[in-house]
Design a protein around this ligand. Structure first.
Ligand code: PMP
Length: 361
């Protein structure tokens, strides 16, 4: 591809884009590979989207997503000026990396095994990053961040972490926040609603804390693309400057309407989370009974390895039987499979197919 380098800048040539999980273009596959919710979104959200899909689409949407920011603020007990919404939390994270983490000569700290988009954004925005290895048991060791000398540009981690699903304690998060006042600490809580504890209450005491949420997982709206950051008014103001300078589009009318209704339908949300948590616990037990080592998950997926069985081969064998799970080639975790929690029927099908593969040898 030598010819292309005449057109691309060196920067573009150096980019190694994020590889998303497969989104199949054929029907009939059991999709347990990208951590979507197994049940439908709130009927109230669908109704609000239908209502918004009328003549109003002629008009540009509310640039400031005021109704959405109010709904999010009410949900979390913060001020609407502390809410920064975006087209999925990926876009919110992009603005965070761009706006908060670019500090010359100072590294961004993050776990070596975490959401792989973080590394992609570092390359995109030319942010120096320092990868802190996970502990032996795959947990994030807070003391490694707290004792880090010098002033980092920022710290980012997912809690629960992805793809391990493991949760950090509140005390550990506080340890990091206390050790680095004045440094933005970003906690990506994409999976927090499946039984983990949110760091949002810590925002009142730590103005350097930014928490990122998405409606893609626990509110079953991955297709709508809505996420948001919560932080101090000052930090959110910084993010708004970045977004406005970039002239990135606001959330569209359908997304704003659907997101508000989904956030307000707490009962549907809680019921869905409870069902996923229960299915996760049952799936973890079933996998363990088949000889898998399953990391303790607080997310809507499990991360598991089978001693003596190659994970890439297991994933390929499942694919042949029309079940998609996620396998990463990342060192240290290449023998793990990440399996999204489906309905009890999905999980049963997965386990019976897996049992068949294991006995076939
Ligand atoms: N953070 C983490 C840890 C994730 O796993 C994902 C989904 N892959 C995201 C953020 C992005 O989610 P979305 O853009 O759908 O809000």
């Amino acid at each position: 591809m030598a010819g292309q380098s005449n057109y691309w800048s060196d920067h573009v040539a150096d980019l190694a884009p994020y590889t998303p999980g497969e989104q199949p273009r054929v029907d009939g596959l059991l999709k347990l590979n990208t951590n979507e919710h197994p049940y439908a979104p709130s009927p109230r959200a669908l109704e609000a989207i239908r209502a918004a899909a009328g003549d109003g689409l002629r008009l540009y949407p509310d640039y400031d997503s005021v109704a959405l920011r109010q709904a999010v603020a009410a949900l979390h007990g913060v001020d609407p000026a502390q809410v920064f919404p975006g087209n999925g939390s990926d876009e919110v994270l992009a603005h965070i990396f761009d706006g908060l983490f670019r500090k010359a000569g100072r590294p961004l700290l993050m776990p070596d095994i975490s959401y792989s988009f973080y590394k992609t954004y570092c390359r995109l925005y030319r942010i120096e990053c320092e990868l802190i290895p996970l502990a032996e048991d795959f947990s994030v060791r807070a003391s490694d961040y707290a004792s880090h000398g010098g002033q980092p540009a920022g710290i980012v981690f997912a809690n629960p972490n992805a793809p391990t699903g493991m949760e950090m304690t509140q005390a550990d998060i506080e340890l990091i926040l206390r050790a680095h006042p004045g440094v933005p600490v970003v906690v990506d809580e994409a999976y927090v609603d499946f039984g983990a504890r949110s760091a949002v209450p810590l925002m009142a005491r730590y103005p350097n804390l930014v928490v990122v949420h998405t409606l893609s997982k626990s509110r079953a709206l991955a297709g709508l693309r809505v996420g948001y950051a919560l932080g101090s008014v000052e930090l959110v103001e910084g993010l708004r400057r970045i977004k406005d300078s970039f002239n990135s589009y606001p959330l569209d009318r359908l997304a704003q309407a659907g997101a508000v209704a989904a956030i307000e339908d707490r009962e549907h949300f809680e019921q869905g989370c409870r069902a996923v948590i229960q299915a996760r616990e049952e799936l973890s037990l079933s996998l363990a009974a088949m000889g898998f080592e399953v990391l303790p998950s607080r997310a809507n997926f499990v991360f598991a390895r089978h001693p003596g069985r190659d994970a890439a081969q297991l994933a390929a064998a499942l694919r042949e039987q029309r079940i998609l799970v996620r396998h990463f080639k990342t060192p240290r975790i290449e023998q793990f499979l990440r399996i999204s929690v489906g309905t009890p029927e999905d999980c049963e099908r997965l386990c019976s197919v897996l049992a068949g593969i294991l006995t076939a040898g």
